[in-house]
Structure formats: C-alpha cells, structure tokens
Ligand binder design. Structure first.
Ligand code: AMP
Ligand code: MG
Length: 354
C-alpha cells in the first residue's frame, strides 16, 4: 500500500533524513516536508499526512456526492441530518467564526457561491443573486448537540467549508506528526501552512507575494511552531469587463469581496488562521485589523488594491522598518521585525539545533 502510494505521489528524499511530497488533494496543492533522524520514519510520516488530507476531503468535499457534507446539502432543508462528531465540531467552529466576524465569515455563502464557476468563467446575474441571497445567513443552520445533527431552517440554504477545512486538515496533519514523534515539519494545503519546530535549527520561512507582482515576495515570514494562511483574489477567479470575480464572497451582496488583494494571518492554529484570512478579506482593512488586534496571538498582513501593506498591532514595527520601501520588504528587516514582534526570539532560545 505504501509502495503503491509512493509511486502515485513521488517521494523525494533529499538528504538521508528528509522526506518531501507534493500532491493534489482537496482541489489544491499539498506540500509536505518532514525531517527525522530515521529516514523511514520521515517517509512514513509524509505518507500519513497525505492520507489524512484525503480522509478530510472525503468527509467534507461538496464535490463528492457521497461525502457527509453533500448529504447535509442534499437533505438538511427537509430533515435533520446526523453527521460525525468531527464534521459537527468543525461546522460549530465555523458558525462561531460567523458570530465573531458579524457574518463576514459565513459557510452559507455557498447558497449563492455555488452559482459561480471559476473554471468556466461563469457567474450568476443580479437577478439570480437576489433570488438566492436569502439563503445566506449562518443563523439558518441549526445544530442539535444531542443528535449531532444539522438542519437548515429554509430551502435554498447550502454550506461549504472551503474557507476553513484546509486549515483544519493542516492542523490534523501536524498533530498526527507529533504523535509519531516528528519534531520538524512543514505542511501546506493551498494557502494554509503550519510548521513544526525548526528547519535545520533555523525558522521555516514562508513568503507573501503581492499577487500582481508575479513571484516577487513582499515579505518573508520566519515561523516556528506557527501557522500562516493567505487568502487572495488570485486563486480562483476570472476577469470580465475589467472586473475581477473571485472565490471569496461577501455574504451581504453575494458578489466577490472587493477592496483587497490578499490577507495573511499568522498564529498558532491553522484552522483559526484559515477562517480569519477569509474573514478579514471580507471585512476590509479597518474592521479586519480591529478584529485581529482583539485576538491574542494572531497577526495580520494585508495587501490592498494599490499594493500597499497594512499590519496588525503586533507587526507595527514591521511597518516602521519598511518605511518607504513598504512594497518591498527585504528579507533581513522582515526577519528582525517579525522575530521581535512574534514569539520567535523566545522560542529560538529554547530550540536545540538539529
Ligand atoms: P480561503 O482561500 O481560505 O480564503 O478560502 C476561500 C474559500 O472559502 C472559497 O473558495 C469558498 O469555498 C469559501 N468562502 C468564500 N467566501 C466565504 C465567506 N464569506 N465565508 C466563509 N467561506 C467563504
Ligand atoms: Mg481561509
């Protein structure tokens, strides 16, 4: 079984102890990097991450008719649909984020969202949006704790966990790695990454691109035992008459959220950074930064429509360091600013070189 999946997802062993893999799961690119003294342990660990991603996808995909998620969308308007504890808990977490973000994060966005097809560059017209819009309201999703069931309070409601499930899967993968005794790893699912420990005694680094500047980085973020999620208007989109239609939907309008190019959130848990990056993209700069400033341990970097960067409170000195060079922060200033403002310095002191 392992041998078979190794063929399907080529595993590249760089040094004796490193194992890496790339795969396409959950409709996105998965990348895994693991270090362990025993090479076969790192290889097994990488495989376990891919297996976990596939398991979460099978449970939560709206594109798989037999997933629990699809069962909910099919029947929950008629009757309460019982689901696994795991899916129930994630839906509950998603609804909690709706309360926290005053509805900016809302998994019922899908009531309109399903009418967009970014591969085929098609979108609903205003009339179609208006007739489906009453289905967007997280309060229309009723959860029954005892039955572990989900019920929609209206016809036309759909849910989709696309804004939170990848972060959840990344957290699941990291906790699985920890259980196997892995101390150094990076797991990425699309825009969501979480790292474990160091990369050869140094922090892992994750770059933030300005989507309009190609591959160029506007910031390079060093991370230790932390997650980072980026939401952008360049992942699933099409342009029509100079207007960009993309996959993050403003629940109030049913149109794509306007005003920003990308939002990155840094913090301990990927399920939280994932939900928050989508939320802040909808909320915009002011309300978005205010939300992040109210949350301990979470920071935000926003690229607005002019390519300017905006930071949450914990990263303000980052802004000062950047000065006129706002659009292009060099690696060194990014390192020193973020190391100081996040918890990296303290963590570095307690980290043993591998
Ligand atoms: P992300 O890349 O994490 O920002 O997730 C974007 C995905 O979140 C989209 O592809 C949708 O599946 C989902 N989504 C879009 N708009 C919203 C919204 N307002 N609230 C919650 N999820 C959303
Ligand atoms: Mg997200």
């Amino acid at each position: 079984m392992v041998a078979l999946s190794l063929c399907l997802f080529p595993l590249q062993v760089l040094q004796a102890e490193w194992a890496r893999a790339h795969a396409s799961i959950m409709g996105t690119e998965i990348a895994v990097e693991v270090w362990h003294r025993e090479q076969n342990k790192s290889e097994t660990a990488v495989e376990s991450v891919l297996a976990e991603m596939r398991r979460v996808d099978a449970l939560m995909s709206v594109y798989k008719n037999d997933s629990e998620m699809s069962q909910i969308n099919q029947y929950a308007a008629e009757k309460a649909v019982s689901v696994s504890d795991e899916l129930f808990y994630l839906i509950r977490q998603a609804l909690d984020f709706s309360v926290k973000t005053k509805g900016a994060f809302d998994i019922t966005y899908a009531s309109v969202g399903y009418l967009y097809n970014f591969r085929e560059s098609t979108r609903p017209d205003q009339q179609a949006i208006e007739s489906a819009l009453p289905g967007i309201d997280y309060r229309l999703v009723a959860l029954d704790d005892e039955q572990r069931s989900v019920r929609f309070l209206k016809n036309g409601v759909r849910i989709d966990l696309g804004g939170i499930a990848k972060g959840y899967a990344v957290d699941q993968a990291i906790s699985g790695l920890k259980k196997q005794g892995i101390e150094h790893a990076r797991v990425t699912a699309g825009g969501d990454t979480r790292v474990l420990g160091t990369r050869l005694g140094r922090p892992w680094t994750v770059g933030i691109r300005d989507p309009r500047l190609g591959e160029k980085m506007v910031a390079v973020i060093p991370l230790l035992d932390e997650a980072i999620s980026t939401s952008g208007d360049y992942e699933r989109y099409f342009d029509e008459s100079g207007i960009r239609y993309h996959h993050i939907i403003n629940p109030e309008t049913g149109d794509s959220a306007r005003g920003l190019r990308s939002v990155s959130i840094i913090g301990p848990q990927a399920v939280v950074t994932d939900a928050l990056s989508t939320s802040v993209f909808v909320l915009g700069i002011e309300a978005g930064i205010e939300l992040i400033n109210s949350m301990q341990d979470y920071e935000a970097i926003i690229v607005d429509n002019d390519g300017e960067l905006h930071y949450s409170k914990g990263l303000e000195q980052f802004q000062a360091t950047a000065g006129q060079e706002n659009r292009r922060i060099n690696h060194e200033s990014a390192l020193s600013a973020v190391w100081n403002s996040l918890r990296v310095n303290r963590l570095m002191q307690s980290t043993i070189r591998v």
